[in-house]
Write a protein that binds this ligand. Structure first.
Ligand code: B4P
Length: 212
């Protein structure tokens, strides 16, 4: 079982630095992984380090639900039951948010289905850009259940967490093959301390472009 700890601050590129010969601020990264894998935890630190915005679709939906917006009212029940919000709604949410990004970004929690990945490819093609890498955070199921129950969000009840894991296996896991075939996938052992997971991610980002 991994212990949460402060991420490393030494030896990493500062915002405005370069990664694999490119300005870190131009990187377009996706964080993929099951619920509770630590995507949000890592996204915050990585985004700050690279100088790019972290875009969490879960957070955008929760904000909408809290504010009682039309979108929020539509998605609140789906989220509390552990289901996925429909692809068309998510396309709208992500297209709007990405339109505000000039350079790079870190997407946390999107895409979660193959149609969402196709939508993202389509949005990026319109910007004459493509993804630089996909970091897949892998954690054993019992540790995921332990972490999410300890987190205690509204959708972190055991029955809901198990339902979300089933949805992940059925709808999101196919993305491993989708991005693997495009040589974008980097596997990260998420069952380590927060700092160790961050280090693996920075190492993986340092190899971007070396495999093509
Ligand atoms: P999200 O908000 O994306 O939440 P998550 O996947 O559950 O969590 P995450 O992996 O970010 O884990 P965290 O860092 O918090 O999704 C929520 C819901 O929104 C979805 O179920 C769905 O309904 C909807 N949704 C979102 N995007 C969608 C999309 N694209 N399509 C359709 N629906 C969508 O870490 C978890 C806990 O572990 C924390 O308490 C943390 O402190 C701890 N932790 C983290 N790293 C650790 C480590 N290394 N060791 C020990 N503990 C650690």
């Amino acid at each position: 079982m991994a212990e949460a700890a402060e991420p490393p601050s030494g030896g990493v590129e500062a915002a405005g630095g370069r990664i694999a010969g490119r300005p870190a601020s131009s990187l377009k990264i996706v964080l993929l992984g099951p619920p509770g894998a630590g995507k949000g935890t890592q996204a915050e630190f990585l985004a700050r380090t690279l100088g790019i915005p972290a875009i969490s679709t879960g957070e955008l939906l929760r904000e909408g639900a809290k504010a009682g917006s039309e979108l929020g009212r539509r998605v609140a029940a789906i989220m509390t039951s552990g289901g996925l919000v429909d692809d068309a709604t998510m396309a709208e949410v992500v297209r709007e948010r990405l339109a505000q990004c000039g350079g790079g970004f870190l997407l946390d929690g999107y895409p979660r289905t193959v149609p969402q990945a196709e939508t993202l490819d389509w949005i990026l093609a319109g910007k004459d850009a493509g993804l630089d890498g996909v970091l897949l955070v892998e954690v054993p199921e019992e540790e995921l259940v332990r972490r999410t129950l300890a987190r205690g969000r509204e959708d972190d009840r055991e029955d809901v967490v198990r339902a979300r894991l089933r949805v992940y296996r059925e709808k999101t896991e196919p993305l491993i093959g989708y991005y693997g075939a495009r040589r974008l996938l980097h596997r990260i052992d998420g069952d380590r301390s927060v700092a160790e997971v961050t280090s693996q991610m920075l190492d993986a980002l340092g190899t971007l472009g070396l495999r093509s």
